[in-house]
Design a protein around this ligand. Structure first.
Ligand SMILES: Nc1nc2c(ncn2[C@@H]2O[C@H](COP(=O)(O)OP(=O)(O)O)[C@@H](O)[C@H]2O)c(=O)[nH]1
Ligand SMILES: [Mg+2]
Length: 314
């Protein structure tokens, strides 16, 4: 004779008390196993409500999972770094920042997206390593879907390809990515250029994938990392412009104003303060957007990366 369902309910409540997450799930399953198997009546209702509770728990776990994967945007631009396992992504993150990142000689060392700050001369790129992308990622294999959605949320994308690896690997990644709505621009970083034969392999892949901008680096030997940073910076479509006050002998600010490429003097002024933009008369510019240093220009003058600007207001 089974105990009354009211007593059973009390007992279940006690068994679940203080349990959360996986532990609660396991206990719920055990309780359901132990319930008398009536098709209808209070015990059947009890079974149903316990099953619903399990489903709720599952949903919550999924949401939590998503939350832990998402990477909050920081800096001027978020760039996802994707590539096959062992492509050298973590080593690159470490070399481009001062962050201590686990680099290991086996696949899937990194399981969650890892953000790091890369300083491109005052323009901050938040580079986010997306753990090893493999064939079938778009079908959700290896948690690929969730990770791809992190990449899809970024402002730009960089693919790492190990020069020792089969170029087919890069082809697979490009195919997987082409099935999704991933952000452009797209930049390829060829890694481990310090290895023997890397140079000739590099020429081969650069010819085969010539439609993409690319840089070859060695994270281990610190080769061409500055060139990579500049390529990353250029791919953001953002430029750095340094304000200089109109007081005689003053130096340009150390921190640039970061604005989109093709911005004008007026855009730059607006970024500093809308009152300044309103009172703006003209400006003087030092840098590649002008013919000679200190050239006077109007509001509509289009600025270049690394220009120095002094604004004059009424
Ligand atoms: N020779 C050489 N090996 C590298 C370089 N970068 C990474 N590696 C090695 O490649 C392996 C995978 O690197 P890791 O950064 O963990 O790859 P990830 O899976 O893409 O993050 C490790 O054994 C690294 O030591 C490099 O520039 N040169
Ligand atoms: Mg890694």
């Amino acid at each position: 004779m089974p105990m009354s369902h009211k007593v059973m309910k009390q007992k279940i409540k006690r068994r679940l008390k203080g349990k959360v997450g996986k532990e609660k799930q396991a206990e719920l399953h055990r309780i359901i196993e132990e319930l008398p198997n009536y098709r209808s009546g209070p015990y059947a209702d009890l079974r149903k409500s316990l099953n619903e509770e399990i489903q709720q728990q599952n949903k919550r776990a999924k949401v939590q999972h998503k939350d832990t994967l998402a990477v909050e945007k920081e800096g001027h631009f978020q760039m996802a770094l994707v590539g096959a396992p062992n492509a050298g992504k973590s080593a690159l993150l470490k070399a481009l920042s001062r962050k201590q990142i686990k680099v290991a000689d086996y696949a899937f060392t990194t399981l969650k997206p890892i953000p790091t700050r890369v300083d491109c001369g005052g323009l901050w790129i938040q580079l986010v390593e997306i753990p090893g992308l493999i064939a079938g990622a778009t079908e959700g294999r290896g948690g690929g879907q969730a990770l791809l959605s992190v990449a899809a949320n970024a402002d730009g994308l960089m693919i790492a390809h190990d020069l020792n690896a089969n170029p087919q690997e890069l082809n697979i990644i490009l195919t997987e990515l082409s099935k999704t709505k991933l952000p452009q621009p797209l930049l390829i970083v060829y890694t481990k250029v310090d290895n023997p034969d890397a140079e000739s392999r590099l020429r081969a892949v650069q010819t085969r994938f010539s439609q993409f901008k690319s840089v070859a680096v060695s994270a281990e030997q610190n080769l061409h990392l500055e060139a990579l940073k500049e390529a990353m910076r250029a791919s953001t479509g953002l430029i750095r412009v340094f304000p200089r006050s109109n007081q005689a002998g003053s130096k340009p600010d150390e921190k640039p104003v970061v604005i989109p490429i093709d911005s004008t003097i007026e855009d730059f002024a607006r970024k500093i303060h809308k009152d300044i933009a309103r009172k703006l008369k003209h400006a003087k510019v030092w840098g590649s957007s002008v013919k000679f240093p200190g050239q006077q220009v109007g509001k509509g003058h289009v600025l270049s990366d690394m220009d120095i600007v002094t604004l004059y207001t009424t």
